[in-house]
Design a protein around this ligand. Structure first.
Ligand SMILES: Nc1nc2c(ncn2[C@@H]2O[C@H](COP(=O)(O)OP(=O)(O)OP(=O)(O)O)[C@@H](O)[C@H]2O)c(=O)[nH]1
Ligand SMILES: [Mg+2]
Length: 200
């Protein structure tokens, strides 16, 4: 596994609280309840990210320091119907501020729930990330809930809808299916530059 060491570093509600950048970072973004924190815990091999019992509560960016060199950033979930307009504005401002900063982002993992129809909010998030030049890997989550044939059809639909994504990495944090491929992608995104340097 890519993660050898991980620690919680910063829970940032405002831009000023973002930590100083390390060698590289990746973000985990997606609708509330899609399984971001569960996936992070699966990658960490321990329960460090809080699993929400009440969706839509987290309104901060959580920075986990990995191998003393990288940040994994857990984003607050979007698309929670019950959140107020003020909350949504705050969320948007925080996210915009993060993406406006010139941090060493290598990729954004956009998680989408494979159990439900493709959501407009996910497509909007994807288009927006692509429009600002981010490299996006689509991660269909909770694949343990689908039968094999359903899953194949679903992934084909997702590949069509999210055309332009760098990778498609279906996972289950429960069965750990797909986790190895996701781990390999993380390794590729975060260590690419280092390998290039070594090769010089
Ligand atoms: N069956 C199944 N359930 C999952 C999986 N991943 C997450 N869940 C469940 O989905 C719910 C939400 O998971 P979280 O990891 O807290 O989701 P989140 O995206 O971090 O949610 P917010 O922090 O509110 O944005 C929890 O009840 C998890 O147990 C999965 O792979 N399979
Ligand atoms: Mg979470």
């Amino acid at each position: 596994m890519f993660v050898k060491k991980v620690e919680f570093d910063v829970d940032a509600h405002i831009e000023k609280a973002f930590p100083k950048a390390l060698k590289g970072e990746v973000g985990f973004i997606g609708r509330s309840n899609v399984g971001k924190s569960s996936l992070l815990n699966a990658l960490f091999g321990r329960k460090l990210a809080k699993i929400s019992s009440t969706p839509g509560k987290t309104r901060s960016l959580i920075f986990f320091k990995v191998n003393n060199s990288y940040y994994f950033v857990d984003f607050p979930g979007y698309g929670y119907a019950k959140s107020s307009k003020t909350e949504r504005n705050k969320w948007e401002r925080l996210i915009n501020n993060y993406f406006n900063l010139n941090r060493p982002r290598r990729a954004i993992f956009l998680l989408i729930d494979s159990r439900i129809p493709i959501q407009l909010s996910d497509l909007n998030a994807f288009e927006w990330l692509i429009s600002i030049g981010e490299k996006v890997a689509i991660v269909p989550t909770k694949i343990d809930k689908l039968k094999k044939a359903e899953l194949l059809k679903k992934i084909a639909d997702i590949e069509k809808a999210f055309y332009g994504a760098d990778k498609f990495l279906p996972v289950s944090s429960v069965t750990k299916n797909g986790l190895k491929a996701l781990d390999a992608a993380l390794c590729e995104y975060l260590t690419e530059r280092i390998e290039v340097n070594l090769g010089e």
